[in-house]
Design a protein around this ligand. Structure first.
Ligand SMILES: [Mn+2]
Length: 288
């Protein structure tokens, strides 16, 4: 099972008042050309599709063009999408049942009612089936009803509770797609200025609750990195979205899962942005 792991597209984002539409169009075209040549079994987008909960018409058109171009690749490549903290869960879910019949699977809203469950997409390869679990961005308050009307005491408890009720069969291969701030094993993830995170670490989810998955495809942090284990990973953004990322190398992550129990292989393909972000130092406002 070979799939692209993307996150944090932030379509519609501006950088220091520069419109990044052309840059985003260019980098999505590069993803499309990789998709056409590699033909992965799936494309996973782990949240923050848009930069704003009410995206501009231009931003919606750009994502629409991307999905339309992807759908022209034959045979069809399933696309698995969750919402991030920047997305409106309801807006992202628009027409999601219709799109599901075209193998575009969107999970915007986290389960809120007793009878709701996570969206699970099962794909097959030479080694058998892989279950992809789509966990949209959540805050403990969103899932209160499932917890008997009480807000779970932490983000970790909320994610743990939502996953436990799915009774996941871990003798099978399972991939979790999630958009939260994961920490664990004494590792503090590296953050950048383009992320909107709450400070103080109260929103963190401990990786102990996701360790049984064969791969955890994360979104939220904009720098690519593992969290505690190789298989629990943020892929980072496709473009540099702040000056603090000037020295990062953005890549396209291609994950390959083989038989149950084997470590996933992660390949990082080079990306070629239209323009680069560089940090320049100067003595602004001072005469030489
Ligand atoms: Mn983000």
């Amino acid at each position: 099972m070979k799939f692209f792991h993307l996150s944090d597209l932030h379509i519609g984002k501006q950088l220091h008042h520069y419109n990044l539409r052309e840059d985003q169009e260019h980098i999505l075209a590069e993803v499309l050309s990789y998709a056409a040549s590699i033909h992965p079994d799936a494309i996973v987008i782990a949240g923050d599709i848009y930069d704003k909960s009410v995206p501009s018409g231009e931003a919606v058109s750009l994502f629409d063009e991307f999905l339309t171009a992807l759908a022209k690749i034959e045979p069809a490549i399933p696309v698995l999408i969750i919402s991030g903290n920047h997305d409106s869960a309801q807006r992202l879910d628009y027409a999601s049942r219709l799109l599901g019949s075209h193998q575009i699977y969107i999970a915007g809203q986290v389960p809120e009612e007793e009878e709701d469950g996570l969206k699970k997409i099962t794909l097959t390869d030479a080694f058998g089936e892989v279950d992809f679990w789509l966990l949209p961005f959540l805050k403990p308050g969103y899932v209160r009803k499932i917890f008997g009307g009480e807000v779970p005491e932490s983000y970790t408890a909320a994610v743990q509770g939502i996953l436990e009720r799915e009774k996941i069969d871990f003798s099978r291969r399972n991939v979790l797609v999630s958009h939260q701030f994961y920490t664990g094993k004494g590792e503090t993830p590296t953050t950048c200025e383009s992320e909107v995170l709450s400070v103080g670490g109260i929103d963190n989810v401990d990786i102990s609750v996701v360790q049984e998955f064969d791969y955890v495809a994360l979104g939220h942090l904009h720098g690519a990195q593992r969290v505690g284990q190789e298989k629990i990973r943020y892929c980072g953004t496709l473009l540099k979205y702040s000056v603090s990322e000037a020295n990062q190398k953005k890549t396209l992550h291609v994950v390959e899962l083989k038989e149950k129990g084997s470590e996933p292989e992660i390949q990082k393909l080079p990306l070629h942005p239209l323009r680069d972000v560089r940090k320049l130092r100067g003595n602004a406002g001072r005469d030489p």
